[in-house]
Design a protein around this ligand. Sequence first.
Ligand SMILES: Nc1ncnc2c1ncn2[C@@H]1O[C@H](COP(=O)(O)OP(=O)(O)OP(=O)(O)O)[C@@H](O)[C@H]1O
Ligand SMILES: [Mg+2]
Length: 333
Amino acid sequence: MTSEPLLSVRDLRVEFSTSAGVVTAVDGASFDVRRGETVALLGESGSGKSVTAQAMLGIIPKPAGRVTGGSIEYDGRDLLALPATATRELRGREIAMVFQDPLSSLNPVFRVGAQIGEMFRKHRGASRKEARAEALELMRRVGIPAAEKRLDDYPHQFSGGMRQRVMIAMALALSPRLLIADEPTTALDVTVQAQIMDLLARLQDEEGMSLVLITHDLGVVADVADRVVLMYAGRVVEAGPIREVYEHSAHPYTAGLMGSLPAIDGPRERLTPIQGAPPDLLDLPSGCSFRPRCAFASERCADEEPVLLGAPGRPAPHSSACHHAGKVLTDAP
Ligand SMILES: Nc1ncnc2c1ncn2[C@@H]1O[C@H](COP(=O)(O)OP(=O)(O)OP(=O)(O)O)[C@@H](O)[C@H]1O
Ligand SMILES: [Mg+2]
């Protein structure tokens, strides 16, 4: 792991035109993903996690959505400035993605082995036979039992967890340097969730790739993530090494989320939602978006939008966007 980031998101801004008005889904988000590191992108529903991932992959739904500002530097190149063909190429080869619902990404009419093998045929010019052998090898690596028999099954013949393993196999086919997993276990039951998380963690380690895990469920990623980036209303409100952020939350939103977990190494538990409703992106309060739900809110919070700064008295790279970060650090349970 070197200190130079593989991916560097700076002041990213993404807007959607809707019938009700223009929604700023991502509003100046900045964070880094270093080589070989697992970063959890965490936040309530609607906080802009998936849209951030879509921007990284160049798949913002058009024409409603568009990137209106910022940069996404991948290995020294700005993905937002690259021609579409170049991003497509990178996406196939170096940046791979796993989604919540594998059925929507798998083709129902093709056998699973052929779909995995297609990656090798398309990108590596492999023969049918070579592709089949590679697919088999990958299915074994992602822990699909009796892989040889299952090569010729169709997606619907697999359980949810096994289908997610198939998706992971496809994502790994070309040995990506960055894997983005958007709620990869949300649709699965708790036991299978843990198995898929363990698989991702093992593969991340074996491949030395960077992993971005998007989730609204801290319990699921607590023991695999190195760092956590918390989003609220399209902004990054806190970021840092997971244990540091967990033990010394410097934003009231994070403190609320973390307070609901028993212990970082303890039993997995879903976050209890913090009081109040998530914000309406079409009608955000002035200043800090979290203000209406915050016990620390003051006049300054209404007047001045807080920016992401080093958490007071805490080691870098822990940062928080809160005018009262110092107080949160001393007062939070
Ligand atoms: N295709 C779209 N058209 C219009 N608005 C959109 C679209 N996609 C996202 N948005 C807006 O962007 C906001 C952020 O969406 P996003 O999908 O990134 O949330 P999320 O953090 O991934 O939430 P979840 O945990 O529910 O997946 C949404 O609340 C919505 O207002
Ligand atoms: Mg999402």
